[in-house]
Design a protein around this ligand. Structure first.
Ligand SMILES: [Zn+2]
Length: 254
């Protein structure tokens, strides 16, 4: 893909960035960085504080005290395997394979209120985006969580990841999509999962407010059905380019 877009924000060096870009491209030489847009740090919720008190953070790889994992285990995290983007997605960026330490880190964040991993994942995702050398998006949006799941967890993880990625890239995070089905992809049958969730454009969104280039964020993608459905909705609303960025992926997995 031709590189024509403008770049915003500063390169984020703190998170482990894949040595080989997840999309298979050769990483571009270092570009002059602009100061990133300052993002407001999120305060830990009561649930997060309780979780930290009840269950002290330990590395899921080796058990030493660390959050989200120790330096050695993070350095050994497997990178995302190459995978073609789902239909409607121009490129699919993912820094990590969904297994081992990263799988446990994401599971803890989603189901055990270990949200401290989310900024780390977001930095890794932003780093993978920089390495992929793609045109800058006009906005970052996210795969919306099912309402029941969002209420149960008390947080929308994909939204937090998207906010972190958007802050690193210096572009706005915008809620463009709404989930209508109450059920999550997790636990559904294979046929249901391949059909994807019931997602629509956010009500009241003016046509002129629809960005031309969107970076679509989610935590994990397996079949790619959710990304495909979201991309279809965005393109139907007039979005010209949709690039997906997930923290991890498991291509080919049912
Ligand atoms: Zn470790």
């Amino acid at each position: 893909m031709a590189v024509t877009g403008r770049r915003y924000g500063a390169r984020v060096p703190a998170a482990p960035v894949p040595a080989t870009p997840a999309t298979g491209r050769v990483a571009p030489p270092a570009r002059p960085a602009r100061p990133s847009r300052p993002s407001r740090p999120s305060r830990p919720s009561c649930r997060e504080l309780v979780a930290a008190l009840v269950l002290p953070a330990r590395c899921p790889g080796c058990g030493v005290p660390a959050e989200p994992a120790c330096r050695d285990c993070l350095a050994a995290v497997p990178r995302a395997p190459a995978a073609p983007p789902p239909p409607g997605i121009d490129d699919w960026i993912a820094p990590f394979a969904y297994r081992g330490v990263v799988r446990e880190v994401i599971t803890r964040a989603k189901y055990r209120d270990r949200h401290a991993a989310l900024p780390w994942l977001a930095r890794a995702m932003a780093g993978a985006w920089w390495a992929a050398d793609l045109p800058a998006p006009d906005a970052v949006t996210w795969v919306p969580a099912a309402p029941a799941r969002r209420r149960a967890r008390g947080v929308d993880h994909a939204r937090r990841l998207a906010t972190g990625v958007a802050g690193a890239l210096g572009v706005p995070a915008v809620a463009l999509l709404v989930r209508r089905d109450p059920q999550t992809q997790t636990g559904r049958g294979l046929d249901d999962r391949r059909r994807g969730p019931d997602v629509v454009l956010r009500a009241g969104l003016a046509r002129r407010a629809v960005p031309g280039r969107v970076l679509l964020v989610d935590d994990v993608a397996t079949t790619g059905a959710t990304l495909r459905v979201c991309a279809g909705v965005l393109r139907g609303a007039g979005v010209a380019s949709v690039v997906a960025c997930t923290a991890a992926r498991t291509p080919g997995r049912g």
